[in-house]
Design a protein around this ligand. Structure first.
Ligand code: MG
Length: 220
């Protein structure tokens, strides 16, 4: 945390959630609204219709259009950014204090709860108006019945082969995933906190993406 950063943001503050990429300027940016911010962690709402920046291939295609064996070959497939809109229902993002993952809650457009996503990522770093992380590729998903599954294990292996992560880093990420699964097994926070029944304030406007970030986008 820099000296200029407030200890906590007031509810309703618009901030930017940034996903940096190692050795690349093609970061993802999601404007979010602060739902709650205190010693228990930072809770953010990514509203439907929010303008976002997302990393794409240098030619503008989606990263997943490239087969896994080539996806981390950055000489062949560099990265750029696309100005896009967050589609579907919004997500609630819970960034726990000093943990290498965030927890996302999904709903249908009729507000039926669809489950949790445990996104393994670098411990969040805050500055004045943003919170920055780096995606760690491997994820866990949890259905409303609390059954947990691993996601993107094959992509993490491909990331090691492509030297995006070292084998040691990948092992640490897997260990982080087991730690996150242990919180689920113990039904600790934030899972036990009842966020499934949370709803956004209907008076909140959709957050904006600052103009300089919009003009940085390679594709729109
Ligand atoms: Mg992820």
């Amino acid at each position: 945390m820099t000296a200029a950063a407030p200890a906590y943001w007031p509810t309703g503050t618009e901030i930017l959630r940034r996903f940096r990429r190692p050795n690349s300027r093609a970061e993802g940016v999601q404007p979010c609204r602060v739902v709650r911010d205190d010693e228990r962690g930072l809770v953010l709402w990514l509203a439907p219709g929010t303008p976002v920046l997302r990393p794409v291939l240098a030619d503008g295609r989606d990263i997943r259009d490239v087969p896994l064996t080539q996806r981390f070959d950055y000489y062949r497939h560099g990265r750029a950014t696309r100005l896009d809109t967050w589609r579907g229902q919004g997500i609630l993002v819970i960034v726990g204090p000093e943990v290498p993952w965030s927890v996302w809650l999904f709903w249908t457009e009729d507000w039926d709860f669809r489950g949790w996503y445990l996104n393994l990522e670098a411990v969040a770093e805050r500055s004045e108006g943003d919170v920055t992380t780096e995606d760690h590729i491997l994820d866990l998903i949890m259905a409303p019945d609390r059954s947990v599954g691993w996601k993107n294990e094959d992509e993490l292996r491909a990331a090691v082969l492509g030297r995006h992560f070292t084998e040691e880093q990948a092992d640490e990420i897997r260990s982080d995933g087991r730690a996150a699964a242990a919180v689920v097994a113990a039904w600790g926070s934030p899972f036990c906190d009842g966020w499934e029944s949370w709803r956004p304030d209907p008076a909140w406007p959709v957050p904006a993406l600052p103009g300089e970030l919009q003009s940085q986008a390679d594709y729109r």
